[in-house]
Design a protein around this ligand. Structure first.
Ligand SMILES: Cc1ncc(COP(=O)(O)O)c(C=O)c1O
Length: 401
């Protein structure tokens, strides 16, 4: 399969240079096969789901529900009813905090988080801790930038109700030992909530050891505004819905109502039908290539990138450079040039990447910087892309000298 052919968007010059996309940690552009599936669905089967008895509505509903099974199989969930469709990782994590957190966390309980968290896996817990008068506890991080599970093992107690943790950091690219964290918190009767936004597109994630896992469709090559919350059935059963309206009810009376079964009680209103259809197709696209192939390719490019920039004077790479502990995100600064100037200079050379706090302000403070530059690769990037980036970065450095 020629993967580049799936992405006509890359066949263009940007600022007179070949376009090099190094922002896949933000979003993975939609491959042609996924786009084709979407237009085919729109042209042949499009109708609202779950509501109509007419043929097309039933066809649309069947395809929508089939995606639940595709996701279930992709992440190793026991039941397809454990898959809740949401608008993204942010919505999934907010749902867990607002519904499960409200039920499970009491005054003086502890919620463990870390400085590595994306704001989406931090602020919902801050707000819950405030509402419940619970304690937000920060798990220590090693010099290399991943969570120190050994230290955490001495911190967990019966009070530790939730460990909310990112599997792989969207800034440092390091991946945490979430299996050990899961064992630690389960031994004390608590649960683990995993932010899988940066891990699910890159590695086999088997959710069976975890209580909740959240991820986004647009980081897998699907549409924006689509995501998944995996939740263990026993927890979804006891959780209350937080969004009320059509499609999520069993019976509505004048003064009270009852809810549909799991997972429908969490999917109020007309869902993102196209988003779910593209999610299913993008997972198939990933499975066709194979997560092992994706991981191997990304590691090769990331190693090449790290080697190519490590000797540039003034350059600091954040997080470990040990490839066994990280994946395809490289975050750096090129002192004394401001990260936004680095990114703007690189844009002039056709290279798209991120500069800023990456929705991780506590991590920026921990690193003692206000912002960084982030390059992230995926299966469609080539060694030529990396070469162009390395040359461009050296040019930016010369320019600002
Ligand atoms: C680790 C992590 N968590 C959460 C999110 C939020 O995802 P979304 O904006 O799709 O809800 C992101 C997005 O960049 C992320 O990288």
């Amino acid at each position: 399969m020629d993967i580049r052919q799936e992405f006509p968007i890359f066949n263009q010059l940007v600022n007179d240079e070949p376009y090099v996309y190094l922002d896949s940690a933000a979003s993975v552009p939609m491959p042609l096969s996924v786009q084709q599936r979407m237009t085919h669905f729109m042209n042949t089967d499009y109708a609202n789901v779950h509501r109509g008895v007419y043929t097309l509505s039933q066809r649309a509903s069947d395809q929508y529900e089939q995606v639940r099974q595709i996701v279930q199989q992709f992440i190793g969930a026991e039941k397809s009813s454990e898959i809740v469709f949401t608008s993204g990782t942010t919505a999934s994590l907010n749902l867990v905090a607002q519904s499960f957190g409200e039920y499970f966390v009491q005054e003086d309980d502890e919620i463990f988080v870390s400085v590595l968290e994306h704001h989406a896996n931090l602020i919902p817990w801050q707000e819950l801790a405030k509402r419940k008068h619970a304690k937000l506890v920060y798990m220590p991080v090693t010099q290399d930038g991943y969570i120190d599970v050994h230290k955490v093992s001495f911190m967990v107690s019966q009070r530790t109700k939730i460990i909310a943790v990112t599997q792989c950091s969207n800034v440092l690219g390091v991946c945490n030992d979430i299996d050990t964290l899961s064992d630690l918190v389960h031994a004390k009767g608590g649960v683990i909530v995993v932010d899988g936004a940066q891990s699910v597109p890159h590695r086999h994630v088997n959710v069976s050891k975890y209580d909740f896992v959240a991820f986004s469709g647009h980081k897998l090559g699907g549409l924006t505004g689509t995501g998944v919350l995996y939740g263990k059935h026993k927890w979804l059963e006891v959780m209350k819905p937080v969004l009320f309206g059509g499609d999520m009810i069993n019976q509505v009376d004048k003064f009270s109502s009852t809810w549909a079964q799991v997972p429908y009680k969490f999917e109020a209103g007309t869902p993102n039908i196209l988003g779910v259809i593209t999610l299913g197709e993008s997972i198939k696209w990933i499975q066709n290539i194979g997560l092992d192939t994706i991981d191997k390719h990304n590691r090769l490019l990331t190693e090449h990138l790290l080697n190519g920039i490590k000797d540039i004077q003034g350059l600091t790479v954040y997080g470990t450079t040990d490839m066994t502990l990280r994946q395809s995100i490289v975050t750096f600064n090129l002192n004394p040039i401001h990260p936004h100037d680095v990114a703007t200079g690189l844009d002039m050379e056709g290279i798209a990447l991120r500069a800023g706090h990456h929705c991780a302000q506590p991590l920026m403070r921990y690193l003692n910087v206000s912002s960084t530059v982030r390059a992230s690769v995926y299966i469609y990037n080539t060694l030529d892309d990396i070469e162009q980036f390395i040359i461009a970065l050296k040019r930016v450095k010369e320019y600002f000298k």
